[in-house]
Design a protein around this ligand. Structure first.
Ligand code: MN
Length: 232
């Protein structure tokens, strides 16, 4: 195969204890999957079917740094459990969904909240708010063989040593296998897909210089330094 120019190397995540990396295909994100966060965003936390948005694979970032993005003055952290699939398909059963999971990670669904508010008000898509460059900082992956399938456990985020977000995985409105089942009725899932499973309450804005430290109990930790914008 001859290409007009050299194709980009696929984005990937390191895997704890393995030399091989996990190549990222697509990034799906669940909106409002913790009741308290749904309330803080002005929503009604009923068990409505989950809704999804996406980020490009190139949004994953394992550098431990997050440069303040363009075009926003209100960029929020959202700590989330990340699910990584090594198989896929459509119309999966709950059992098949569970077996499609390779491992888990800790991720941040960084959000240009001002652009999201504008989009919501205008009834427009969320791309500019959610799918921007480097908007998915992520920890190394932990294989299921190491961490099992975490169904409960603390999920938290500290900003400069102050606890901002706290929750427990057992507060998810839609559990991980249910999320995968729903997604598989909308998209053909495949090896390399990541799913950000929603954030607990306490989201807030970041500033250059901030240190964000996050953990999902039983999965791992993620530390991200917020840097000044690279675009001024
Ligand atoms: Mn989110």
């Amino acid at each position: 195969m001859e290409y007009l120019f050299t194709p980009a190397i696929p984005p990937s995540l390191p895997i704890l204890g393995h030399a091989a990396r996990f190549p990222v295909r697509r990034i799906f994100c669940v909106g409002q999957n913790y009741a308290e966060h749904t309330r803080e965003m002005g929503g009604d936390p009923q068990r409505n079917p989950p809704f999804f948005f996406a980020k490009p694979a190139q949004a994953v970032d394992v550098s431990g740094e997050f440069a303040y993005p363009m075009a926003s003055n209100n960029v929020h952290y959202e700590v989330e459990l990340v699910v990584a699939l090594d198989r896929g398909g459509t119309h999966l059963s709950a059992q098949q969904a569970l077996h499609s999971i390779y491992g888990y990670a800790v991720g941040l669904d960084m959000t240009r909240r001002d652009l999201q508010a504008q989009a919501k008000q205008a009834g427009r898509p969320w791309e500019a708010a959610k799918a921007f460059d480097h908007s998915a900082p992520c920890s190394p992956l932990v294989p299921v063989s190491e961490c099992g399938h975490p169904e409960h456990g603390a999920i938290w985020l500290d900003q400069n040593g102050e606890r901002r977000q706290t929750g427990d995985l057992d507060q998810m409105i839609w559990k991980v296998p249910e999320i995968i089942v729903h997604l598989s009725h909308l998209f053909e899932l495949a090896a390399g897909d990541l799913i950000f499973t929603g954030t607990p309450a306490g989201v807030g804005p970041v500033q250059p210089g901030d240190l964000l430290q996050a953990e999902v109990e039983g999965v791992g930790q993620l530390q991200v330094r917020v840097l000044p914008s690279r675009h001024q």
